[in-house]
Design a protein around this ligand. Structure first.
Ligand code: UD1
Ligand code: CA
Length: 468
């Protein structure tokens, strides 16, 4: 088996996206199209990945370099194509980086759902000596290169714009993926001309040359059209996004996850579910999310980078975003509706977080509750704490973030301000409306507010009578 060197075409303009962002950097399922292509290539353990860049080259190369670094890939290279004179001209730019002894696998950077298994079968069909093309039957083949056959044998590819009326009736088209022995590829690329309807150097012209040289051309048919669909417009991007999400939802449902409506379900990253998980409509999962056994997610929740323990219920309209610090929720917790959990929220089992409560960089011990309208930030909250409505930790003095510690069994009344750094001793109570600036001793009641004054026989001002 010869080594695989991969060429990924990413120099095109993507005019129909009508965007400043290079086409291959547009995102599907939260990840750039080109990053999806890189993911699909990974299992092939290629010797080298050469990206053809042109439009937005600086931006594209910076992005690829970043992903390669994150994935520990040291085999990434670039070849700039300026100006862009066609797909054959594009691959010509990579030639100096392709050793003669290998097989070159050519991919399109804007076809994100290609599967590793399909790429492998293309390489297998090439077998170090043939030209292997990935083809597909398109209901509407307009715009694509048609596969010309004599009997079963592939003879050539004719581009749509160069095709005769009879050839345009052919539905089998070239997908943009091929595997070819590198030495042969180089020879054929050297013979390309731009004598065609578009004045471009067509990569697809090498098929006729391979037939002429008796190299043997093998066509591998893609099983699933979605796998070879490219993105040219915002509409096609959205269609592929839905196809991807439906695929994901189906796989999860086959594994037993109960998704209320697979058409209203989005995973932009990885979602791991234990048994008996239920997910209501319009939920979005981002980054890395893990749901324990029996977790139920209400409608319209956005959950990113979080681990949620068994039996926990997330009520509708909850927003959880762990970013890099993560959010962890223990078993049997009740969260929301309308709760907001931010990075570093670490909630033990049986915690209750209610509506309009925000938690950031804070741990809460087992059974603690903040049920309404509250903020807890940069805090350590013990077990069985009750945190009243409208109370906040004042954790920021304008320059520094300060810590609040609330020990076990504390009861914080409503509308309190805990001015950090401050510690509320075990079992203590803070009276409603208090502004606490000093540590409190365990078991004490602390009240820090203006004393109530009641004036008897006080007359409220009255409006003068209206003139009649
Ligand atoms: C090409 C094929 C066509 C096939 C179709 C599948 C040729 C001549 N035709 O069509 O048979 O059915 O793909 O999608 O190859 N690119 C460059 N530099 C260039 C031109 C293109 O890097 O100079 C890149 C584009 O960014 C894109 C890919 O090559 O990723 C394909 O280009 P595109 O213009 O979409 O394909 P066509 O040439 O229309
Ligand atoms: Ca083109």
């Amino acid at each position: 088996m010869s080594s695989i060197d991969v060429v990924i075409m990413a120099a095109g303009k993507g005019t129909r996206m009508k965007s400043r962002l290079p086409k291959v950097l547009h995102r599907l399922a939260g990840r750039a199209l080109l990053a999806h292509v890189m993911d699909s290539v990974k299992p092939l353990a290629a010797r080298k990945l050469v990206f053809i860049t042109g439009n937005g080259a600086d931006e594209v190369e910076a992005a690829v370099t970043g992903w390669a670094h994150a994935a520990g890939l040291q085999t990434v290279a670039f070849a700039r194509q300026e100006p862009q004179l066609g797909t054959g001209h594009a691959v010509q730019q990579a030639v100096p980086q392709l050793p003669d002894d290998g097989t070159t696998l050519i991919l399109n950077g804007d076809v994100p759902l290609i599967q590793p298994g399909t790429l492998q079968s293309l390489v297998d069909a090439c077998d170090g000596k043939h030209l292997a093309l990935l083809t597909v039957d398109m209901p509407d083949p307009t715009g694509y290169g048609r596969i010309l056959r004599k009997g079963e044998a592939v003879q050539a590819i004719v581009e749509h714009k160069d095709a005769s009326a009879v050839q345009r009736e052919i539905h089998e088209v070239y997908t943009g993926f091929m595997a070819v022995p590198s030495a042969m590829l180089k020879r054929w690329l050297g013979q390309l001309t731009n004598d065609n309807a578009q004045g471009e150097y067509y990569l697809t012209d090498i098929v006729g040359m391979a037939v002429h040289d008796g190299a043997g051309v093998v066509a591998v048919k893609a099983a699933d059209k979605v796998e070879v669909d490219g993105v040219n417009s915002p509409l096609q991007l959205a269609e592929l996004e839905r196809a991807y999400q439906l695929r994901k939802a189906r796989a999860m449902m086959e594994a037993g996850v109960r998704i209320a409506d697979p058409a209203r379900f989005d995973v932009r990253g990885s979602l791991d579910c234990a048994q008996d998980v239920e997910i209501d409509v319009n939920c979005i999962f981002e980054g890395s999310v893990t749901l324990g056994e029996g977790v139920r997610i209400g409608a319209n929740c956005v959950i990113a980078n979080a681990t949620i323990g068994a039996g926990t219920r997330i009520h509708p309209f909850t927003h959880i975003d762990g970013e890099s610090a993560g959010v962890a929720i223990g078993a049997g917790a009740l969260i929301g509706p309308f709760a907001r959990l931010r990075p570093g929220a670490n909630l033990a089992a049986d915690v209750h977080i209610g509506n309009f409560v925000e938690i950031k960089n804070a741990t809460m011990g087992q059974g603690s509750k903040a049920n309404h309208l509250a903020y807890i930030g940069d805090s350590t909250v013990g077990e069985r704490v009750n945190y009243g409505a409208g109370s906040i930790t004042a954790n920021y003095d304008g320059a520094n973030k300060r810590q609040t510690v609330i020990e076990d069994d504390v009861h914080i009344g409503s509308n309190c301000v805990l001015v950090a750094p401050v510690r509320i001793g075990r079992g203590g109570t803070v009276g409603g409306g208090s502004t606490i600036t000093k540590d409190t001793e365990p078991g004490t009641l602390s009240v820090a507010r203006g004393k109530q004054v009641s004036i008897s026989n006080w007359k409220r001002p009255t409006k003068p009578p209206k003139p009649s």
